[in-house]
Structure formats: structure tokens, C-alpha cells
Design a protein around this ligand. Sequence first.
Ligand SMILES: [Zn+2]
Ligand SMILES: [Zn+2]
Length: 404
Amino acid sequence: MTEDKKKVQLDDIQKLVFERIAKNDTSSFKQLVVQLKNGVNFVDNDGMTPLQHACCKGNKDAVQILLDMGADINFNQHGADYTPLHFAALSGNTQVCRLLLDAGINVNSVNSVSRTASQMAAFVGNHACVETINNYVSRTSLEYYTQVHGQQKEPYIPPTQLKAFHTFVIEINLHPVRIALNAQNLGLLRHLPGLSRALSLMCVKEMQKTHDINELLAFKFHYFGWIVAELMRCDEQFKAQHKDKAGEGDAANKNDFIEVFVKRVLKENKLGQLDYVEFTVRECAREFPFRECTIFRQIATQLGSKDALPALQVLRNAINGMRGFVDESSYCSSCGQEKPDKKCSKCKAVQYCDRECQRLHWFMHKKSCARLLAASQAGAPGPQLPRAPIDASELREELAKLST
Ligand SMILES: [Zn+2]
Ligand SMILES: [Zn+2]
């Protein structure tokens, strides 16, 4: 950083490109960028490329265009060794992170203070970016499961479903309802047995690596495989129950077992706890095949403690890391997705991703909707749980990490 910055000669279009990105003026950026004569890999006086600036801004469209135009994700001249992923992680935009990950960016690159992009995101509290990066596996690494090996007659996943399989695997939301709905929406319900086997294999393979073993991913694959197996069980039960009742053609909707599964998951007991989730997650953890590893011990200890958090929460903390403070009211009441768009139009006290999530949760929510509405009309403090206080020691730890 001590050397003098080289003055860069930029032509007018190049200057304007930087200006438009700085203003997040995407439409005029689009018009300008096609006029560039020598590609998009150039830098401003700070050694920053248009891609790095667009990542800073969390501008997904601009990033996509630049990548399409051949922006080099490894081009780095600004001296602090931030990759575009570092900038994206700091911007908090998970979609920009995803674009860069899909483009093959190295997640292990460290900046001049020896921090990875994921660590930088954690430091500024961009948890969704941390999770997006840490849960990522490349699509090519999954191709193995779409090919025929050894005695196999067919691959676990048809090659045409690779993209869906990839999307399914890199999901950061661990809620069983989200996993089930993803399997359905991605068209993977016909491949559940193969999906389950592929995930168990992925878990084993992760643990047998000679270096860079990622226990967290191994556990996640085990868990996803477990939930897929639960879906298969539900499918079997559903078929058995409906065999005598309806004729073949009348089998209403083949996907109805997903509905059954979701209701099983969301059914609360008298204390508002999700018994099925609690049981399933605990059973899944017990059956993790690698007992010696840190994540297994951590989960087992936490689940065994006297005031254990809900099992799904324990799992989430173990796989995706603790979040400082969590506002539970900012999650979909059905699938646990963060920052959902819609609210129950009656009570406005619970949130959902979309109509489907709301519909699936109504059988539980209808019992409390009127009560929540009355409470809000009476001016009572909403249903939100009090925020957890800021943990001072955790904050100090984070600060200590940064200053080392
Ligand atoms: Zn949802
Ligand atoms: Zn309501």
C-alpha cells in the first residue's frame, strides 16, 4: 500500500461505467457497458474493477452483466487482496455471492488481514452471506451422482436434474418444510430414493477427504438425506392408506404426501412445540455415523443439556453458526425462511413467504389468528418474543479476532 498509486488512463466510457455503478444506476450502466471497446477488466485509480465495485454495491444485475461479459473474478490490483466475493459478502447481498460462487470463485482466498469472505461477512453480521458461502458446493462436484458407476443401472439423479439437485443441496434453510417444498418445487419427488442415497454418500465422502474436511457440510448432507428418507416414509404411508379408498386414476394428487408431511412437521403440541421436528432431528443426530467429530459432540452435548434449545435451533447453530440476536418474528411461520414478504392479512402478526406457505400453516394458525388480532387491537405488545440481549462477551471475542 506504500507504493504510489499508478494514475490510470481511463477513456470516457470507462469513467462513466464506474460512475453509474457508484450511483447504482443499472439501466444506464447497461447501455454504457456494451460500448466498452477493451472488455470489462480494467481498474480505476484505486485498482478496483467494475466487477468489484458492483459487488460492493450488491448490484446483482450489474454483476451478472459483467460476468457475462467476461469479467475476471481473480483480477485483483487494489492492494488489500479483497476478492469480489469479499466485497459481495460485505454488501450483504446473497444473490451476488451466489453469482460469484457459481462463477467458480475461490472461497478460501484471504485478504490482506488474512480473512476469508465468509469471515468478513460474519464480522459485519451478514449471516445470510456467511451461510450462502459456507453451504456452497460446486455444481461440478455433484456431477458424480448423475453418472453411472460400478454396478449401478442408473445414476442416483438423472443428469437432466443436476441443476435442481444443486439448488436443493446448497439451500441454507434447514427447516424440514423448506426441504420438502424445495424437493417438490424442483421436481425431485420422483427421485427421492436416489437423492437420499446420494446425500448419504456425500456425507461419507466429505468425512473421508484427505484434507479440508468440512464436518458441517457432512452433517448437513446427513440431515438432508434423513429428511428425504422421512419424505419417502411419508409417501409409503400415504400410498398404503389410500390404496383401498381410491382407484388408481382417482389418486387425487400424487404430491399430497408432501401436504401430509408438512402438517406433521407444523403440528404444535399444547406448549407450542413441534414434537415431530424435535423427535426427527434428535433421531437424525443420534444416527450420524461419525461419532468422533467435533460437530457430533457439540450437537449431542447441546441436545442433552437440561435447558436445551429446540433441536432444529441446535442444528442450525451447529451448521450455520450462532447468530448474535435473532428476531424470531422475521421468519416464515411455515418454512422458516428469513425475511418473508407476506403477512397474515387478518392479524398481521405472523409472516409467510407466499400463499402456499400461509395455506399450509393455516390449520395451526387459525387457532391463534383471532386472539393475535384482538391483542394487537387492544394495543397489547405484539406476539414478538423479546429480543435476546446483546452478548457482550461474544462481541468482545469478535473484536479480539479482528485486531489480531
Ligand atoms: Zn415459507
Ligand atoms: Zn393471522
